[in-house]
Design a protein around this ligand. Structure first.
Ligand SMILES: *Cc1c(COP(=O)(O)O)cnc(C)c1O
Length: 424
């Protein structure tokens, strides 16, 4: 196993990698094992992980509680389908999600990826009005800088450039993608759109932090404004908490931190601590009521093969145990303090535009372009795995990262901020 050359070199000819021009991308770094906040490369080097495998591994890699839960479930019953059969872990998880989510979010539909969880939320929103009043509200209002997935419906509600709206014009449905209602003019424009466009079923937002769009943060007041405007105009509010959910902002959900309950919430990513794919769409009782009738036509027609996967749900339940038993949220608050203390001074450097911190997320936006792949290698050479989004160098570490490990990451970012212009 020490020599990765066989599987790696031959596999590179056959694997099609995410978001990659296969002809020109530099080789990815082969990893042989993981532990806590560490990645061990096939050549024996250790990297401190600043990303957490697309923000999933909040409890650190290989947490024994999660591994035990997966093993135990695998041995008794890897999975049975939820059509006509039932298993404990999915039912238990649905109950627990209802308990920990804010407001009257109460009914959980399980999927296997975040994109599909958002698709289900969109389907629910459209059908909600059909069931309730027969109205055909078929479009969505979402935001520039937003990211909600890579399937066709979710691409349509992403940032128009990132979602490749022009490349896929005519294939991707047209939506209203606008500025976040942060200042008074934007709020007025947002309000006007909702009052004029009667085909809008729901507003869809990543609350507090737009993740993939570059870790852009907005305030709790912005969410409060949205909630009030949606209520005023009778439009549903969907929170895509696939990134922000499960402690990332310092509370269990961004909705909890902002004390703004949505009508529908999507979760994924950290739900299983990065061990298996699992996502969920959680609807409020009000939304669910519109489906809960004597007519079969009012039912939600959706059913992924692996909905409520038993191993995934068992691991997710064990992850919720960890949030109860271990001081996760106070760890996030300590991380927030340390990130602020160590990265806010970086703002003074000439190549730095902006530094933002929220919970266990830090984003340092540079004023210069640099080659992201060269940057990735620059960080690896200094013992860190950090993968910038455009001009934004960010950290989303595991919540169990040790203070000295985090300090190593922030100081390598401070160092990078002085050299980024040499990596074009
Ligand atoms: C990652 C992400 C998604 C998509 O989830 P996948 O599991 O990759 O399909 C959707 N919304 C947000 C906010 C995300 O961060």
């Amino acid at each position: 196993m020490a020599n990765p050359n066989n599987w790696f070199r031959s596999g590179l000819h056959h694997i099609w990698l995410p978001y990659a021009q296969m002809k020109t991308i530099p080789d990815p770094a082969p990893v042989s094992r993981t532990q806590g906040a560490l990645l061990e490369l096939a050549d024996g080097r250790q990297l401190i992980d600043g990303v957490g495998s697309w923000w999933t591994s909040v409890h650190g890699y290989n947490h024994p509680t999660l591994l035990d839960a997966a093993r135990a479930q695998l041995e008794t019953m890897p999975h049975v389908m939820l059509g006509g059969l039932a298993h404990e872990q999915a039912y238990k998880l649905a109950t627990r999600l209802s308990d920990i989510t804010p407001g009257d979010l109460d009914k959980t539909f399980f999927t296997e990826s975040g994109s599909v969880a958002v698709e289900v939320a969109m389907k629910i929103a459209v059908q909600y009005y059909m069931n309730l009043t027969g109205e055909r509200r078929t479009r969505f209002l979402s935001f520039k800088g937003g990211y909600h997935g890579d399937t066709f419906a979710t691409m349509s509600v992403c940032d128009p450039d990132e979602g490749m709206h022009s490349l896929f014009a005519g294939v991707v449905p047209e939506q209203y993608v606008t500025d976040l209602p942060i200042n008074p003019e934007q709020q007025e424009a947002f309000d006007r759109l909702l009052s004029q466009q009667k085909d809008i079923a729901a507003v869809l937002v990543e609350p507090l932090i737009q993740g993939a769009g570059g870790m852009r943060m907005h305030s709790e007041d912005t969410l409060r404004f949205m909630r009030a405007a949606c209520d005023r105009h009778g439009v549903l509010l969907i929170f895509d908490e696939i990134f922000t959910g499960f402690g990332r902002t310092g509370e269990m959900f961004a909705a909890t931190r902002a004390t703004v309950p949505p009508d529908i919430m999507c979760v994924g990513k950290a739900l299983t601590g990065g061990i298996t794919p699992l996502a969920a769409t959680i609807a409020s009782r009000k939304v669910y009521e519109a489906f809960h009738t004597d007519s079969s036509e009012n039912a939600l027609m959706h059913g992924p093969t692996f909905t409520g996967h038993a191993v995934g749900c068992a691991v997710a339940n064990a992850g919720l145990d960890l949030f109860e038993r271990e001081p996760r949220l106070s760890q996030v608050r300590s991380i927030e303090q340390q990130l602020s203390k160590e990265l806010m001074p970086v703002k003074e450097l000439p190549l730095v535009n902006r530094v933002q911190v929220c919970g266990a997320v830090a984003a340092v936006e540079l004023s210069t372009d640099f080659n992201v792949e060269k940057a990735r290698r620059w960080f690896i050479d200094r013992g860190a795995f950090i993968r910038p989004l455009g001009r934004v160098v960010y950290l989303t570490p595991a919540f169990v990262i040790k203070p000295d490990q985090l300090r190593a990451l922030t100081s390598v970012i401070a160092d990078f901020a002085q050299h980024a212009d040499q990596l074009s």
